[in-house]
Write a new protein. Sequence first.
Length: 165
Amino acid sequence: MTEHKHSHEHVHNHDVCIEQALETAEAVCTEQGQRLTKVRRRALELIWQSHRPLGAYQLLAKLAEEGFNSAPPTVYRALDFLISAGLIHKVESMNAYLGCAHADKAHKGYFLICDECQNVMEFDYQDIHKTLIAKAAEQGFELRSDTIELTGLCADCRATGSQPS
Ligand SMILES: [Zn+2]
Ligand SMILES: [Zn+2]
Ligand SMILES: [Zn+2]
């Protein structure tokens, strides 16, 4: 069992998250007629090491350590593939990549980012998104944004916030 390092973090069996993500990735690739090559798969696994988004340079360094062809174009191509397959999201404000737990369903990236532990959660945006489209339309504006990134304090950090870590 891989336990998250951050002391504030609620401990869950993260191996299950990783396992499910890889299973979904295989299924999604098969369905799209794509191949989950070694470097794509390993990049996905590394991004899934936690619920904290991973930067491209950290990913590059880890792949290099493991003897992969870690030339930036290779790594960026793998990231582009994982994004276009819907397996990861780019969290723009952190300039980092997050594994998606709902990769088998088309959706937009609405993110809750914890200021304290940097964990990112996706949240159910359907109603909010409809409201935003309607409000923008009132001003004759066609909304094209696909992602919203909100910062705050996650449940675990709130629960342990007053205690010394
Ligand atoms: Zn997990
Ligand atoms: Zn997602
Ligand atoms: Zn937190």
